[in-house]
Design a protein around this ligand. Structure first.
Ligand SMILES: CC(C)(COP(=O)(O)OP(=O)(O)OC[C@H]1O[C@@H](n2cnc3c(N)ncnc32)[C@H](O)[C@@H]1OP(=O)(O)O)[C@@H](O)C(=O)NCCC(=O)NCCS
Length: 186
């Protein structure tokens, strides 16, 4: 698969980002609440970062190193947030990551997008394992992982430092065999 396909869910269109998305990315991801519980999003969100980030997506997909998607509403074309898989091909393993603009929280959008990305990862990208982690003080993200059928696999104590504070990481994962057993659509 050389071009990253669009994905549909009941309410959402997951599509590749384009450079036209940069102002909204900067606005939504520029909210300190997004940077606060993610590892790689700085605050304030600097000019030029969104462009560089989007520029990395097509080569990443082409090289089998993952798939990053814009979470959008198909009717209004509104951009809500981002979700992606970052793949380690040798191990057929990918890490799932996501953020959603604060106005759209707690409506099930991330869960809906994540469920579709897990299906895509197992059925189209040939993955064997998808994992994710969240700061222990970010239970909403943990709920997303639980709701899509991931298993809690343990806590890495003080594994990362965020803004000078060590953070515990709660690890979750799902295997292709579990996805199949749970009746995942292929
Ligand atoms: C984490 C995040 C992506 C969740 O997105 P979302 O679209 O609101 O998630 P959903 O609506 O699909 O599910 C959220 C769940 O968390 C629950 N939740 C929300 N706040 C919570 C809290 N403080 N404690 C426990 N559960 C909480 C919601 O009730 C919901 O669960 P439910 O359906 O069982 O009621 C969003 O909050 C976000 O972008 N946060 C900042 C960036 C971030 O942390 N990214 C993840 C890094 S690991």
């Amino acid at each position: 698969m050389s071009n990253q396909p669009q994905l549909r869910t009941e309410r959402l269109l997951l599509r590749p980002f384009t450079l036209a998305d940069t102002p909204i990315i900067q606005q939504l991801a520029g909210d300190k609440a997004i940077a606060d519980t993610t590892l790689n999003i700085p605050h304030p969100y600097p000019d030029g970062l969104a462009e560089r980030w989007i520029g990395s997506h097509a080569p990443r997909f082409r090289d089998g190193q993952g798939a990053i998607y814009a979470i959008t509403l198909p009717e209004t074309r509104q951009l809500l947030g981002s979700i992606g898989l970052v793949t380690i091909p040798d191990h057929q393993r990918a890490e799932l990551g996501y953020w959603l603009g604060r106005p759209y929280w707690n409506q099930g959008y991330t869960t809906e997008a994540a469920r579709e990305l897990v299906r895509f990862g197992f059925t189209e990208l040939g993955l064997n394992r998808i994992f994710a982690s969240h700061f222990s003080r970010n239970p909403a993200s943990g709920r997303v992982m639980q709701k899509i059928g991931m298993q809690y696999e343990g806590t890495l104590r003080q594994h990362v430092a965020k803004w000078g504070q060590f953070e515990d990481l709660k690890m979750y994962g799902i295997l292709k065999s579990e996805f199949r057993r749970a009746g995942g659509k292929e």
